[in-house]
Design a protein around this ligand. Structure first.
Ligand code: HEM
Length: 425
């Protein structure tokens, strides 16, 4: 966590006492059972605790999980009550520096943790830069070209593990290209590798060193674009009248790339899983653009990538869903739970036709326009191009053998092994 500054938003309330009555019977938001069937757990929590449930995070740290659609909408629409600067947290005195959730809650000077007018300034620059710096048709062309290159690398073998070799790789390359790094260059490839390590470290990786190299490369990119601007997001941020400093732009570019990569990768993978395992899509998948669109939308309702988001911190003592919330309490946005709230689906049937889900969150800090549209272009192009190139692609394992990653935040598979008739382009 960075040092508290003069505008320290931290409340003076301190930590709730051990055995706080509000957290009796709190549900641990972790565990293997949770990963494989979170919707069961949400149903139980809703039945036992209502729309706002007491939970404990890693290390028995108390927080609230907001499960109700109306309650998530309320929390995200009221920044003056539920704010984004994690330094407000009343649990910091008990959080060890190596706490596993530190990457999500440790304050960074990026758009993610800013509030009020400062957030509007930073988010305004991002919105305008994404709007003016990315042409959606051009983005689709880049994504098709990246998709073909990735598919070429495994098409001849008749087998692939799509999570690592396709779904994760494609949005990362697209995001880096949106920011103005040339496609395919050696330098870009190093950055893509380091981003992969820092966002999704595997055994033997050093994510801290990789993150250092990412920051260094993005700093260099900002300098290069100052000297020679182009039609890209970085250059648009640099020339925006809000006059962000180079440091602010570096922080926000890293946030944009990370925010674009992780959820979009899981969106692609979860949609491919649905298309390959559900008979409703199997019949016309290779020819049916409509059904790809339906699968993408259904995933946002039922298997949304950002299943829980941490979070918001209460500005003062207040109430929510019949709970007493204390100043500095942490609220986790249960986006997946809210999407399947029986209050909005009283018939028990979840009709996934519209886009009123909360998968891109809501309010001031929601995924900024036009990012959801760009994510849709990336995900749709990735799925369609794969199905066009490998029309007889099938799962290489039984559907029940697919396992979900051990993350309470991102919903995505550990692997998506497929087979198909080998093809050469
Ligand atoms: C091109 C792809 C994307 C870009 C560039 C992008 C960018 C961003 C950025 C910059 C933020 C921070 C907003 C702020 O704090 O003001 C954000 C937040 C968020 N994004 Fe995205 N995003 C992308 C794709 C996605 C996808 C595919 C999903 C999920 C399906 C998603 C879900 C979210 C959520 C839940 C938040 C948190 C909002 C909150 O604080 O309430 N994003 N995104």
């Amino acid at each position: 966590m960075t040092e508290l500054t003069g505008s320290d938003p931290r409340p003076s309330g301190g930590t709730p006492p051990p055995g706080c009555p509000a957290h009796q019977g709190a549900v641990p938001l972790s565990g293997l059972e949770y990963q494989q069937s979170p919707s069961e757990l949400y149903r139980t929590m809703r039945r036992e605790h209502g729309a706002v449930a007491p939970i404990v995070l890693d290390g028995n740290v108390p927080a609230w999980l907001v499960l109700g659609y109306a309650e998530v909408t309320y929390v995200t629409a009221h920044d003056e009550l539920f704010a984004r600067d994690s330094r407000r947290w009343n649990q910091w005195p008990v959080i060890p520096p190596d706490w596993p959730l530190m990457p999500y809650v440790g304050h960074q000077p990026s758009v993610l943790f800013t509030e009020g007018a400062e957030h509007q300034r930073r988010a305004g620059v991002i919105t305008q830069a994404l709007e003016e710096g990315v042409d959606q048709f051009e983005l689709a062309q880049w994504c098709r070209s990246i998709a073909h290159q990735l598919i070429d690398s495994f098409a001849g073998s008749g087998r692939a593990e799509l999570m690592a070799s396709y779904a994760h790789a494609l949005p990362m390359r697209a995001a880096v290209q949106m920011c103005g790094m040339p496609a395919g260059g050696e330098d870009t490839e190093h950055l893509v590798t380091d981003l992969r390590i820092s966002l999704d470290a595997r055994e033997g990786d050093d994510p801290v060193a990789a993150y250092g190299r990412v920051a260094e490369r993005i700093q260099r990119l900002v300098k290069e674009k100052r000297a020679a601007p182009g039609p890209d997001v970085t250059s648009r941020m640099l020339t925006h009248p809000a006059g962000l400093t180079d440091e602010e732009i570096v922080q926000d570019l890293i946030s944009i790339i990370a925010a674009a990569q992780q959820p979009t990768a899981n969106w692609i993978c979860n949609s491919l899983r649905l298309l390959l395992t559900d008979d409703r899509f199997a019949l016309n998948v290779s020819g049916g653009r409509l059904s790809v669109g339906q699968a993408l939308n259904e995933v946002l309702w039922l298997d949304t990538p950002t299943q829980n988001f941490i979070g918001r911190w209460a500005v003062r003592d207040t109430q929510l869903g019949g709970r007493q919330i204390r100043a500095g309490d942490c609220l986790v946005l249960g986006l997946a739970a809210a999407n399947t709230d029986p209050q909005i689906w009283p018939e028990g049937h979840i009709g996934a036709e519209n886009s009123a889900h909360l998968s891109f969150s809501n309010g001031e800090h929601r995924c900024p326009y036009p990012a959801p549209l760009l994510a849709d272009v990336i995900a749709r192009t990735a799925v369609e191009t794969l199905l066009e190139r490998l029309p007889d692609v099938v799962l290489a394992v039984e559907p029940e053998e697919l396992t979900w990653r051990p993350s309470i935040w991102m919903r995505g598979l550990t692997a998506l092994p497929v087979s198909f008739t080998p093809v050469v382009r």
